[in-house]
Design a binder for this molecule. Structure first.
Ligand code: GLA
Length: 383
């Protein structure tokens, strides 16, 4: 794959590129907690994008998306949001952030491509943003710190993709470490690398192969709903700044003033943070069963209280719940489509795959997309 991208670069632009790799991510548990200053437990994976990139002297950006066979060519000072080649907005969003900080990016040729399924909740967008800012930092010797790059990549998503995302995806893509999950405190950004000793269990993703188009609008609405909840609770407890600070008792004491949906959203976030804590403790004690139970609990909350699941995700989780050898399964990422994550015994994978194919993909006439993932290093330079 990477060789194909390098060859394409050479044949398109005729120079020798530097090469960077930027992975997708999974999240074990802790969904929709990042923008509420809570905790997440993600990891970078072996699904990745490759960037071949080199300077040009044309004062132009020449971008080529290998998998889409699509080109964008624009002068370096015209970085408006693109209506047609929307994939290039993730790159232009980075240039815009850099320019806000006073960094001028001049002519650059890029070929980008890889094997992160798009719209599958694996953060192909964060992989684009992070891979690109990492490449620019190296090619232009900007000397940015990792956390500066993470934050600019997050703002690129806010401003050029219109999703007011939290920091989990960009943080994980940049900071991932092989065989480790990241326990990240999204308020302080303190983090630790934790081993994930799954023994005979594997991480298997099932892609629904659907992405309902309310995903980004509903995402931004959830964020506002949480803020609304915080405002009401803070009216009684002025020390409160985010849902991270709110206890279940405090939430209950304000229940009369909280509209039903807002109460549900807030209680989900509080419970999800607690499930994450319990999962970490269970993993430490090698109690995989308990961790799996928390993961199923997370899906239940995302479906019924946070309302970001969909029929397809629920069906995949229901099949998982009735399959022996699966400890936990849930939707992953923003929701309304994308993948489920399943913690499954290695001996159960063939049977489960067959079931999913029969009971989901064939019934819905969708391409089959079930795959194991391994935990890998974050964004890096490979050549
Ligand atoms: C998307 C966002 C993240 C996070 C998840 C939900 O992936 O980009 O910041 O909020 O949804 O946990």
């Amino acid at each position: 794959m990477v060789q194909d991208i390098i060859s394409r670069f050479k044949s398109l632009y005729g120079s020798n590129p530097s090469v960077f790799r930027s992975p997708g991510r999974i999240n074990i548990i802790g969904e929709h907690t990042d923008y509420n200053e809570g905790f997440v437990l993600p990891a970078a994976i072996d699904r990745e994008l490759y960037f071949a990139a080199a300077h040009n002297s044309l004062n132009k950006f020449r971008f080529f998306a290998y998998d889409l066979n699509s080109t964008t060519e624009i002068p370096c000072d015209q970085i408006e949001i693109q209506k047609k080649e929307t994939w290039s907005n993730y790159l232009l969003g980075i240039v815009a952030q850099l320019s806000k900080k006073g960094f001028k990016v001049s002519g650059l040729d890029v070929v980008v491509g890889g094997n992160i399924p798009i719209g599958a909740g694996l953060s192909s967008s964060a992989a684009m943003e992070c891979g690109f800012i990492f490449a620019i930092d190296k090619l232009f010797s900007l000397g940015l710190s990792t956390i500066e790059m993470v934050k600019m990549a997050q703002m690129a998503e806010h401003e050029y993709a219109g999703v007011k995302c939290g920091i989990m995806d960009q943080f994980t893509v940049m900071q991932g470490k092989a065989d480790r999950v990241i326990k990240l405190d999204c308020r302080s950004l303190d983090f630790s690398y934790e081993p994930l000793n799954l023994g005979d269990y594997r991480i298997l993703l099932c892609n629904t192969e659907v992405k309902h188009n309310l995903a980004s609008s509903e995402y931004n609405i959830r964020r506002l709903e949480c803020e609304q909840g915080v405002k009401i609770v803070a009216g009684h407890f002025p020390e409160i700044n985010s849902l991270r600070d709110v206890s279940m008792e405090q939430l209950e004491s304000c229940r009369d003033q909280l509209p039903g949906k807002i109460y549900d959203r807030c209680s989900f976030v509080i419970e999800e943070n607690s499930r994450l804590e319990q999962t970490c403790q269970a993993l430490e004690k090698n109690d995989l069963k308990k961790a799996g139970k928390m993961i199923f609990g997370s899906h239940d909350g995302l479906k019924n209280k946070y309302e970001v699941s969909c029929r397809e995700l629920d069906l995949l989780v229901d099949i998982a719940a009735s399959t022996e050898g699966i400890l936990g399964a849930r939707m992953m990422g923003g929701g309304f489509g994308g993948c489920t994550i399943n913690i499954i015994h290695k001996d159960a994978t063939t049977y489960f795959k067959d079931r999913i194919i029969k009971e989901y993909y064939l019934k819905k006439d969708l391409p089959h997309s079930i795959f194991e993932v391994a935990i890998r290093e974050g964004t890096n330079q490979i050549q």
